[in-house]
Design a protein around this ligand. Structure first.
Ligand SMILES: Cc1ncc(COP(=O)(O)O)c(C=O)c1O
Length: 393
């Protein structure tokens, strides 16, 4: 079978891209065969400051020389955790003043679900159509893709999926609801941006019925949408925020951020209500402290200019039905799943990495590093243009 990556390594698909990476730097992946590929998806939203950013590497090296893991999360004071928390919280509204570091995005979602049930003493958790929150049993439960959930039933109980961006969903959120979980901008649904009116109504309703509004910005946070956090586009503040992906600057990390009052619930009744051995590991924390400080140096006007240039370039092609974009978070809608398959594979031949969505097979994703240079952008667009011409002809 030519699809095996290596004997003994679990496969997640029968059709992996199957290229071996030797090195990655900035916007480029350097392959074993000497080719270089422009990473136009930032490792699916992780390497938003480019691969192996020198300041991030420096912080990692420094931390490795100090100490690695020393104790389960929450027992020892660790400088790297303090810096990561301080830098992150300094970018967020005052109401979000406590952070719990975890190892992944899905873990942050699971922790948020537990926190909501614990603080409200209610059970029902609401997710939305098109939502994707990860693959642990909890995160899968609040995600919407039925075919991806069905083989693993029963999942977490008392979860309801309501219609996304539909004002008729709002009054269905009542006093039995512990939490509402929504991606501020949906990723896997193919970059879907909610109406400001809808998400603001959602905020108001959660306040009215005392349900927690949990925003999943695991993919759309950390600058991806052209602001540090996507909720800033909508003039709302969540009760809890889940982060991951780019948060760790290339290392595995998730975070649940809420108020100190809410987060205090994890410390008692029972004590150690939510614990993790590796969450808040000092090395990802050291990397994250730098990633969040890089976030405050981004030229947002330039991000918008680059995003617009990509969009304008792509809509010229006949096979492109539409481009959905906010900042550098982009979905390109084609006519069919087959076209997307051909485009992703041909782009790789042309030296550009673009990729699929799990639940939106007739669109492909673009999410370049926020640090991409003008020259790299031109190279990527030329590769993409050649690709679309070849597939279109
Ligand atoms: C919006 C969103 N939420 C949650 C997750 C899950 O994060 P992880 O894969 O780190 O568990 C993802 C991952 O793609 C995501 O895009």
């Amino acid at each position: 079978m030519d699809s095996l990556l290596i004997d003994g390594l679990a496969q997640t698909t029968l059709h992996p891209l199957n290229v071996r990476v030797n090195r990655a730097k900035g916007s480029y992946l350097h392959l074993e065969n000497g080719r270089k590929i422009l990473d136009f998806i930032s490792g699916i939203g992780v390497s938003s400051f480019g691969h192996s950013h020198p300041d991030i590497l420096k912080a990692i090296h420094h931390q490795v020389d100090q100490h690695l893991h020393v104790m389960v999360y929450g027992e020892f004071r660790q400088t790297a955790q303090d810096s990561a928390a301080r830098n992150l919280l300094s970018l967020l509204p005052d109401a979000l003043d406590a952070v719990y570091f975890l190892n992944s995005g899905a873990e942050a979602i699971d922790a948020a679900m537990k926190l909501a049930r614990r603080t409200t003493q209610r059970q029902t958790i609401i997710g939305f159509s098109g939502g994707y929150h990860g693959n642990t049993m909890g995160a899968l439960s609040v995600s919407s893709n039925a075919a991806r959930k069905q083989p693993f039933q029963p999942l977490v109980g008392d979860v309801e999926i309501l219609e996304w961006n539909d004002l008729r969903s709002i009054p269905l959120i009542n006093e039995t609801v512990a939490a509402v979980i929504v991606e501020t901008v949906q990723g896997d649904a193919g970059i879907r941006i909610p109406d400001a009116e809808w998400i603001q109504n959602l905020r108001e309703q959660c306040t009215k019925v005392n349900a927690m509004l949990i925003l999943d910005e695991i993919q759309c946070g950390m600058g991806r949408t052209g602001r540090p956090f996507a909720f800033e586009h909508f003039d709302i503040v969540p009760d809890a925020l889940c982060l991951g992906k780019a948060l760790g600057g290339g290392l595995p990390m998730g975070a649940l951020i809420a108020s100190k009052v809410a987060m205090a619930q994890f410390a008692s009744g029972p004590s150690l209500s939510h614990i993790t051995t590796f969450g808040g590991h000092p090395v990802p924390c050291a990397a994250s402290a730098v990633a969040t400080s890089l976030l405050s140096q981004v030229d947002w006007a330039r991000i918008e200019r680059i995003g617009k240039a990509i969009e304008v370039n792509l809509v010229r092609f006949k096979m492109v039905q539409s481009v959905r974009r906010i900042g550098l978070y982009i979905a390109v809608q084609l006519e069919s799943d087959e076209q997307v398959q051909s485009v992703v594979h041909e782009a790789l031949n042309q030296g550009v990495l673009i990729f699929f969505f799990l639940s939106t097979p007739d669109a492909f994703r673009i999410a370049p590093p926020l640090t991409i240079s003008d020259e790299e952008l031109n190279d990527a667009l030329e590769g993409l243009n050649r690709t679309l011409e070849i597939v279109q002809s």
